[in-house]
Design a protein around this ligand. Structure first.
Ligand code: NAD
Length: 411
């Protein structure tokens, strides 16, 4: 099943449960606009190379399209379409006034010099400029795109329109209109939701063992925040493999190992495991913060955690979702658990528009309010429809988009 088919299946499942109007279901199953561009770039050796880029605008009933730009050799239209639809749903779960979009370029950025990467980015923006803008479609970082790349985008777009238009993109460096708290926002949002679940389930952090797959932006900060809150980290991993220790792993020591040896797999204070093995080790909470399609029909049955929390986008395949549900293991879904990132991106848009900037405590307090409200909304629908957290999150989001379409659109 492709990622987009997976997304459509999730939308359909929620639509069936809530008895969604068929026209709305049709609208949500189809992106509003798909743009493909062939991007010419002058390479350092003087040759001309063509790259393919995409921007997909899924739905803007609730506000401007919003979503990151991914640089990866495996980017394709289907993936970008799926990610754009999830953005519509994600923004709506947390009730922020944004729609869903996503972009990508088929490229391995590690093979390009910095100058080539900058020329690629600026040319891509020149080619999609007619369809983006601070009040129409606002990109952001995603896999392999950085605050510096966001600065190039802001600068190029501002030159095109002839005035300062930083608000065309979020995830910028602080000194160029970024928001405080954005670097930790995804993990921070995930901890607010997890804390609600843990409190309601009577979990005591000191007795709660966590495994976090992925030691990147989302995963490592989640580990930092949760271990500081008293949770016991027993396993983690990166692309080279995992490390497990039932007695607990120290975040600072793992970070030092990652910095020195390039991987947590080489950490000496535990048992080296493969990524596949890590997912089925003993723990209370399994946090997925790496890649898509990690829990499958092949391994879901062996998961020992009492809760799965998705910080990555799409880490649980639909068949795995069903298996976990039958086993009574709740999954707090990506569209809720990682929505802190886009929420603080929205804060950045608001701050750029006001040209006035907030302190970190203020950002985190506002983020907490939004995440806790979203948690309660999703929980309410879970009880109302007697369904999973994922279905309830989709229902919460789709109901809002439906209302916006019915009230605002004339078709
Ligand atoms: P990242 O590139 O910083 O980190 C990814 C991590 O996963 C790295 O540690 C990498 O080594 C590891 N990894 C790669 N392949 C792996 C494998 N086979 N097994 C285990 N680990 C593997 O990316 P990130 O920003 O942390 O994003 C991770 C996920 O979270 C993605 O799905 C992304 O879309 C999602 N997400 C991130 C944010 C954010 O603000 N960073 C926001 C929303 C969603």
């Amino acid at each position: 099943m492709s990622l987009f088919e997976n997304t459509l299946a999730q939308i359909k499942r929620a639509s069936d449960i809530m008895g969604l109007d068929k026209d709305i279901a049709t609208l949500l199953s189809t992106p509003m606009r798909k743009v493909e561009v062939n991007i010419p770039v002058r390479m350092d050796d003087g040759t001309l190379r063509m790259f393919t880029g995409f921007r997909v605008q899924h739905n803007n009933a609730c506000g401007p399209f919003k979503g990151g730009i991914r640089y990866h050799q495996q980017v394709d239209f289907g993936e970008v379409m799926a990610l754009s639809a999830w953005m519509t749903i994600k923004c709506s779960v947390v009730g922020i006034p944004l729609g869903g979009g996503k972009g990508g370029i088929i490229v391995n950025p590690k093979e390009l010099s910095k100058g080539e990467l900058e020329r690629l980015t600026r040319q891509y923006i020149r080619m999609i400029a007619p369809v983006i803008g601070p009040t129409t479609d606002v990109p952001a970082p995603d896999v392999n795109t950085t605050p510096e790349i966001m600065s190039w985008i802001a600068d190029e777009y501002s030159k095109i329109v002839g005035h300062d238009a930083k608000g065309v993109v979020t995830g910028k460096p602080l000194e160029n209109g970024g928001s405080k708290g954005r670097d930790k926002a995804t993990a921070m949002g995930g901890t607010y939701v997890l804390h609600e679940f843990a409190t309601e389930s009577g979990m005591n952090p000191a007795e709660t063992k966590i495994i976090v797959q992925g030691f990147g932006n989302a995963g490592s900060i989640m580990i930092e925040l949760l271990t500081a809150a008293g949770y016991k980290l027993v396993g983690t991993s990166d692309s080279q493999g995992g490390i497990y220790c039932a007695d607990g792993l120290d975040f600072a020591a793992l970070s030092a190992c990652k910095a020195e040896k390039g991987t947590v797999h080489a950490f000496e204070g535990g048992k080296a495991v493969t990524n596949e093995e890590l997912l089925v080790q003993d723990c209370d909470i399994l946090i997925l913060a790496a890649l898509e399609n990690q829990l499958t029909k092949g391994n879901a049955d062996q998961v020992k955690a009492k809760l799965v929390l998705e910080l990555a986008n799409g880490p649980t395949m639909p068949e795995a979702d069903e298996i976990l549900s039958k086993k009574g293991i709740p999954v707090i879904p990506d569209i809720l658990a990682n929505a802190g990132g886009v929420t603080v991106s929205w804060f950045e848009m608001v701050q750029n528009a006001d040209n006035k900037y907030w302190e970190t405590d203020d950002v985190n307090a506002k983020l907490k309010d939004i995440m806790v409200k979203a948690w309660n909304d999703v929980k309410g629908n879970k009880a109302k429809y007697n369904c999973t957290f994922r279905e309830a999150a989709f229902i919460t989001a789709i109901s809002r988009v439906e209302k916006a379409i019915k009230e605002n659109w004339k078709i």
